[in-house]
Design a protein around this ligand. Structure first.
Ligand code: BDR
Ligand code: CA
Length: 342
């Protein structure tokens, strides 16, 4: 073989090698097909903005709303507001369950205000809700999806998904994983001494989802209470110079006051945004597979999550329990992504 031919073959081999490499890196950076189920809620709004600012990583198929922090009409309005603020009216919003499966409804107006978001002016967004109900949307979308392809970010009570699972248990096939903001283990709850709000607001729904066999990740208070705002972090967001930075700065300034006073913390958690950060940069978080149950019995432990962190009971592991997070990494990510918005 001539020298020229040898060089030519070498070049061809390099080109083939490089294209295989780039195909696999495209695969590694594959977009996540995502449905966000939410009850905005101040921290839900921040989570929605973070997700909608990350289109190269998250393909947000739809937003489904549920009653939780405030009534369903208000959570649905606030989800549409977040979509408008992000300039992402292309993402459909579906309203879902107006009340929990079994228990009487509770709201968190003491934390999120009468409208569900404080610190910013609220208006009726131009774009409305989709016609379909969120539960039907979940069933139709998950049935039509490629097996194991859709991730669900669960930022409120789990009523919508539980209703969908009861009506159509086969939809688990379409689900890749459900990443839940909820639960508390090591440091107690935020609505009772042992229960976290989302689980307490509809423990029966959480129980249905836990028993469905879907892959679950829990982002509980254990970790969200380690990822706290500070004056410096909020100043950086507020001084981004765009509408999103101003909005999030103003919303969080109000939102964190309660938790700071209640827990005597130097800053406040932004719970739901940690779920989106987990999807965008899982390396910021750590945890372990556990056996997880939720208490649905009336009484002082109603809504409590019991995560068998030390595998004491030797029961099957049914959830990945996130225990630690990189707070500065979270705020760097949030600030950078908000900086992309209008
Ligand atoms: C959770 O409860 C709600 O008030 C927040 O939006 C968050 O989803 C924190 O306990
Ligand atoms: Ca929420």
């Amino acid at each position: 073989m001539s020298r020229f031919m040898r060089i030519f073959h070498h070049l061809i081999r390099s080109v083939v090698f490089l294209s295989v490499l780039s195909i696999s890196s495209v695969h590694a950076a594959e977009k996540i097909d995502l449905i966000i189920d939410t009850d905005p809620g101040a921290d839900d709004v921040v989570a929605l903005l973070l997700a909608l600012a990350s289109p190269e990583q998250l393909n947000v198929l739809g937003i489904t709303t549920v009653a939780g922090n405030v009534r369903l009409d208000k959570t649905s309005r606030n989800a549409r507001l977040a979509r408008e603020w992000a300039g992402r009216e292309d993402v459909p919003v579906y309203a879902g369950a107006p009340k929990p499966l079994v228990r009487t409804p509770i709201y968190a107006e003491n934390i999120h205000g009468q409208e569900g978001v404080t610190g910013v002016p609220i208006h009726e967004p131009a774009k409305g809700l989709e016609q379909a109900n969120a539960v039907n949307y979940l069933i139709d979308t998950l049935r039509a999806a490629k097996p194991g392809s859709v991730t669900i970010a669960m930022l409120g009570p789990q009523t919508n998904l539980a209703l969908a699972l009861v009506q159509a248990p086969d939809i688990t096939k379409g689900i890749r994983e459900v990443v839940v903001m909820g639960g508390a283990h090591f440091n107690g709850g935020n609505i009772t001494p042992v229960a976290e709000f989302n689980l307490y607001a509809d423990p029966h729904a959480a129980d249905v989802v836990l028993k469905s066999g879907v892959k679950l990740v829990y982002v509980p208070l254990d970790v969200t209470h380690k990822i706290l705002t500070s004056d410096q972090r909020l100043k950086q967001i507020a001084s981004l110079g765009n509408q999103a930075g101003k909005l999030v700065g103003d919303i969080l300034n109000e939102y964190v006051k309660n938790d700071m006073a209640h827990y005597g913390l130097p800053g406040g958690p932004v719970h739901d945004a940690s779920v989106i950060a987990y999807l965008l940069k899982p390396e910021l978080f750590s945890g372990r597979e556990v056996n997880l149950v939720v208490d649905t019995r009336e009484g002082p432990t109603f809504g409590q999550t019991i995560a068998d962190w030390y595998d004491t009971l030797k029961q099957p592991k049914n959830a990945f329990w996130v225990e630690n997070g990189d707070a500065q990494g979270f705020f760097d990510l949030l600030t950078a992504r908000l900086g992309r918005l209008q």
